[in-house]
Design a protein around this ligand. Sequence first.
Ligand code: GTR
Length: 342
Amino acid sequence: MEMINNLPDPVNFRKDEIITMLLKEEYGFLPARPYSVTATVEQNDNNFAAGKASLKKISLCCKGEWGEFTFPVYYAAPKIGTSIPCFIHLNFRDLIPDKYQPTEEIIDNGYAILTVYYQDITADNDDFTDKFAGVVYPDGVRENDDCGKIGLWAWSAMAVMDYALTLPELDHKKISVAGHSRLGKTALLAGALDKRFYCAFSNDSGCSGAALARETTGETIKNICTTFPYWFCENYKKYQENVESLPFDQHWLIAANAPHKVYVASAAEDGWACPKNEYLACVAADGYYKKLGKEGFVHPDRLPTVGDRFHEGDIGYHMRSGTHFFGREDWHNYISYINQDD
Ligand code: GTR
C-alpha cells in the first residue's frame, strides 16, 4: 500500500517524549490537573427515556493550583445495576439527546454517558479570558507553548474522568472519551494524556486530529492556523508554511494513546478531514502499539472503502458513507468495538 513520504517514526521514542513533542509544538502544555473535584447534583430526572434511565445535571467544582473552576456535566445512566460501561462525550451543544448524541439508543445498549458542552469550559474563539481560560490565564495572555482551546477542552475530559471514577455503578475499566471533529482532536489528546481511558474515539477529526498532515488533500496546517489559531499553542504556526519541517505527524497522537485502545472513524464524503490520511495515520501508528506488545492496527493491505470496519486490533477503525457528522452508525460501531471485549 502506498505510504506518505518522510514520515517521522515514533517507534524509537518513549511515550513521555512523544507527548512532550506534541504538547510543545502543537497543542501546548495543559494546566495542572485538579487536586479535588466535587460534584453537586443540580437536577435529577429519574424518569428519563421512558423511565429506563436517570438524567442528572451536575456541577463539577474543580480546585487546583490555578484556583477554582465549576462547570456543568450531564449524566444519563441506564437503571441496570452495576458494571456499566460509559462514554465521556465532549459535545457541540448542551442538549440531551442531541443530533450527535442519540442518548436513548446509547442507554438501550447498556451504556452510561457523561456529556460536557465544550463551550461551558471556554468559548470557541480567541478570548483567553473566558471561563476556564480566564482562570489559568488571568490576563488572557499565553506563552508560546501554553495550551490553546483544545488543551483546555481535553483537560475537562480528564476532570470528568476523575468524577466518573467515583460513581460505583460504572465499570471503571470501560470509560472511554469520544468527540467529533474539533472535539475528536480533543478526544485523541485526552486519550494520549490520560491512561485511565479505555479507548479514545475520534470521529471525523481530520487535520491536527487523526489525519496525517503531510500530503493531505484536505485541510492543511496553514488553513487551520489561519482560521482556528487559538485551538493550538503559538508554536504550531511555525509549521504552517513547511509541513515537512514538522518533527512528528498525527500518527504520533494516535500512538500516544497506547497502550490503551484508540479508534478512528472516517466518513467517505468528508474530504476536508482527508479520510485517506486518517487511515494512513492508523497504519503508521501500528508499529508503536506492536512495540508495546499490543495488537496494533489489523487491516487489509489496501485503502479503505465504505462499510469497512476493522475492529480486531487495539486501533479500531471504520469508514462509513456520508458526510461530516457524528451519527448513529458511528455510535453503534463504537459500542460494538467495546462490546467485543466482554
Ligand atoms: C472545521 C475545521 C475542522 C474541523 C471542523 C469541526 O471548520 O476546519 O478542522 O474541526 O471545523 O470541528 O466541525
